[in-house]
Design a protein around this ligand. Sequence first.
Ligand code: FAD
Length: 374
Amino acid sequence: MEKHARVAVIGAGQAGLSAAHHLIRRGLNRDRLVVLDAYPGPGGAWRHRWPSLTLSTVNGVHDLPGMPFTEVLDAGQDPSSVPAAEAVPRYYSAYEEREGIAVRRPVRVHCVSGGGVSDGADERFRIEAIGPDGVMEACVDGLVNATGSWERPFIPHYPGAELFRGRQMHTRDYRGPDELAGKRVVVVGGGISAVDILAEVSQTADTLWVTRTPPRFSDEPFTAEVGRRAVARVEDRVRRGLPPGSVVSVTGIPWNPRYRDAQRRGALQRRPMFTSITEHGVRWADPACDEHADVIVWATGFRSALDHLAPLRLRGPGGGITMTGRLATRVAGRPRLHLIGYGPSASTIGANRAGRAVAAELLEALTIPVSDGP
Ligand code: FAD
């Protein structure tokens, strides 16, 4: 890998591209930056979103710094006809080209070590990865980790899961309602993905919704103020070393016409969480309440994909990583290590803002002069 690189960005989704943009803009020479990404092409996790998730059904993909999304859409194109899994990768691809961000892919980082202080001197980070030509290594002074969460789907364990004869799938595997048509489908989870899937699948399948706690819908429009409150709560948690937690627990699930329609059809009647899984369905404490299921959809979220950072031993006693810095992107006690797209910056708008903060703080820590332009 590039011998002269001083900074590595791992992950080229919204967070990694934003960080790369700001690092270059604020004075880091392009040949001092290495950007690595595990996927074969641009788009980050958006490459994998289900086909029926279109630009009109996503919550909103914010423009990357310096280039409006609309530049890659055809004039007058109807957003409901454009799958996000096509449009966002096209946008990121054009962005990488315009900004001169050379992403090395497919390169999967499997281990990062070093980065501490040894004999009073800063140790470099050592990155080990697998790329098209086999094992690759790089040593850098500063590291921005932007690996998102798509690689770490979370499925809670329930007794009997291994006995179930039907199909179990995670949101990550969902490709649209067609393959579930005519089946009895149990959807587990109280977040936006669960409700999105229910709203679609309930039109052609018999669905049952199960959540751990009662879902909280919100009539309040998702204003900038609501967003700020949610981000502030998550930021407070990571500054205290707690796992980031869910944004929906603060904002609630905002009603929209698709959810209202699902509610009218009775698809949003919810039951509390089952206690076990049987060969043919799900079971509550009272077996008389057993429900048959052909498919269980686990819309139970994701965790941050940070396994490759395990040698750095970042997790503290609170179960999370203690974060600091202006927007809580910097790992406490590690001035040259930033996590972006983690906690308060885990949204397209959050990733944008965090990219700017990361660039300023990291270049200062590396004593690379910060300028306002390339
Ligand atoms: P990602 O887009 O996941 O990018 C991470 C990159 O890191 C990937 O390209 C991957 O290849 C790479 N990577 C991972 N591990 C490694 C490794 N070990 N080595 C090298 N590379 C690696 N947010 C919004 O703001 N608006 C929305 O409408 C919205 N809708 C969503 C819908 C769904 C179903 C989900 C699950 C999330 C949604 N989000 C939305 C959240 C969204 O994922 C983030 O906002 C944002 O796109 C994530 O960007 P990211 O760069 O942090 O991560």
